[in-house]
Design a protein around this ligand. Structure first.
Ligand code: IMP
Length: 180
């Protein structure tokens, strides 16, 4: 297994520091409000769990699970909701917590779906963004780190469901992951 794992891109120490900074910013912006954090399963759970414990505003959490319709739709941006929210978000301040934004297609679909439910506000907090890869311009209000175009694992992110439990972000060795 370790044969697939390349170098550490972001250490545990840097992650902790950045999560704290983001939480401070979010707590400041949402002072006096009780936002709903919407975690995108499964990748965002580690980030969401760390982030919420650093916040100083009373948050609630809910989750969505989505999947793309296979290869063809990765480019078309058609994704399927596997698990929808349990909460009604009308008039709520919603903050979507995402693990990683690559092309932005998944997130843009999700945002459209949430926007249609008339939240009071809708913003995005993403742990990682792949530099130069976005095909759809998205406003990521709170961003952990900008990373190069490598396939990364750890801190909730997987490769074929593996490595989510790693406490820091590793790049896979070149050639392990190939985009179809
Ligand atoms: P997008 O729709 O192209 O932005 O893809 C976003 C989704 O693809 C993320 O929520 C992840 O599930 C997955 N993904 C993209 N890049 C990576 C990566 O480097 N490691 C693990 N998952 C990734």
């Amino acid at each position: 297994m370790k044969g697939e794992i390349g170098e550490v891109l972001i250490s545990e120490r840097r992650i902790k520091k950045r999560v704290k900074e983001l939480a401070e910013e979010i707590s400041r912006d949402y002072r006096g409000k009780s936002p709903l954090l919407v975690g995108v399963l499964r990748g965002a759970i580690v980030f969401l769990a760390d982030l919420m414990r650093e916040l100083t505003v009373p948050v609630e959490i809910d989750f969505m699970a989505i999947s793309s319709y296979g290869q063809a739709t990765k480019s078309s941006g058609v994704v399927r909701i596997l698990k929808d929210l349990d909460e009604d978000i009308r008039s709520r301040h919603v903050l979507v917590v995402e693990d990683i934004v690559d092309t932005g297609l998944t997130l843009s679909y999700l945002l459209k779906s949430l926007e249609a439910r008339h939240p009071a506000s809708l913003q995005v907090c993403a742990f990682l963004n792949k530099k130069g890869k976005q095909r759809i311009p998205l406003e990521i209000k709170y961003l952990g780190f900008e990373i190069p175009d490598r396939f990364v694992v750890g801190y909730g992110l997987d490769f074929a469901q593996k490595y989510r439990y790693f406490p820091c972000i590793y790049a896979l060795k070149p050639g392990i992951y190939r985009e179809a």
